[in-house]
Design a protein around this ligand. Structure first.
Ligand code: G
Ligand code: G
Ligand code: MN
Ligand code: NA
Length: 264
């Protein structure tokens, strides 16, 4: 309950027009092309700097934020902040294909009436091209309500906003819905990448997911890439993109700008 009250206060302090003492910040982790080693885009990851408790991981507050409905204003603040940041980076770092931003959406938020209207207002306000924005949802969110998910994904597609299936392989992994839902990207859960080269069956699963992506014309991102050996193996498997500590840790916007100045 204490954490719930703290969360409520933190959201007010961060998102109110005055935003005098922001406690949340958005960190960015770059996503790289495995073949070219070029930066393709970023994933936005929220961080909570609690005034007494220090940094609190989303793992420890997303569930409470979902139970209390506070996830909606929080996710929306992250989405808007990340879109403004992306717009600035696209202008500062022009690339052959413009940089992209992936934003995590909780199921609570994904099915919230008004999400599409909010999305439209953010795209208009920031001037961002919808095709450079990606929304990450998990398989369990889709399974929870396949009809509503189909409607939402269609509306995203109408705006050219991309949809990513996050943590792929850990959830229900019902292959039947994959071809009927218009996801642009599959993100292979980091538990599979961690074991690359250590267990043959695990490697075959990663290979199968990459091939599934090829068949379904979806991009595949390997999460949690931590070693050069993993990069080499992913390259052998023709996996398109990688994300993880090997490439870069998540950083705040300022630090990421410095990183980009050195990397691009
Ligand atoms: O960044 P980190 O590894 O601590 O993130 C832990 C979990 O929190 C991940 O599952 C990630 O998807 C989730 N997460 C991070 N940022 C956000 C956010 O802005 N909104 C939602 N809904 N989840 C997030
Ligand atoms: O569930 P989701 O994929 O959104 O979670 C992303 C989480 O993974 C973030 O909390 C991020 O901090 C974390 N992460 C990013 N790169 C690595 C990595 O190389 N290794 C590990 N263990 N975690 C990572
Ligand atoms: Mn994610
Ligand atoms: Na994930």
């Amino acid at each position: 309950l204490q954490l719930e009250n703290d969360l409520r206060r933190a959201i007010v302090r961060t998102t109110s027009p005055e935003a005098t003492q922001p406690e949340f910040s958005v960190y960015y982790q770059p996503i790289f092309s495995i073949a070219t080693q070029q930066i393709e885009g970023f994933e936005a990851l929220v961080r909570w700097q609690h005034p007494e408790k220090g940094t609190i991981s989303p793992v420890d507050f997303i569930a409470i934020a979902e139970e209390t409905g506070l996830i909606v204003p929080l996710d929306r603040w992250v989405l808007k902040t990340a879109c403004y940041q992306l717009r600035a980076w696209q202008a500062q770092f022009p690339m052959p294909a413009p940089l992209t931003m992936s934003v995590n959406l909780s199921g609570k938020h994904f099915y919230q009436p008004g999400l599409i209207e909010f999305l439209d207002s953010v795209l208009e306000e920031t001037g961002l091209d919808g095709s450079t924005l990606k929304l990450e949802i998990t398989e369990s969110i889709v399974i929870e309500n396949t009809e509503a998910a189909a409607v939402m994904l269609k509306q995203l597609r109408d705006r050219k906003v991309q949809a990513c299936l996050d943590d792929f392989g850990t959830g229900y992994s019902s292959l039947s819905y994959l071809h009927s839902f218009p996801f642009n990207t599959l993100k292979i859960d980091r538990s599979f990448i961690k074991q690359l080269g250590m267990e043959e069956e695990n490697d075959e699963i990663v290979k199968a997911i990459v091939n599934l992506g090829l068949i379904l014309r979806m991009n595949v991102v390997a999460e949690g890439v931590e070693t050069p050996e993993q990069v080499a193996q992913l390259k052998d498997l023709n996996c398109h993109y990688g994300q993880g500590y090997w490439f870069s840790r998540p950083m705040n916007g300022e630090a990421m700008t410095e990183f980009l100045l050195g990397a691009i």
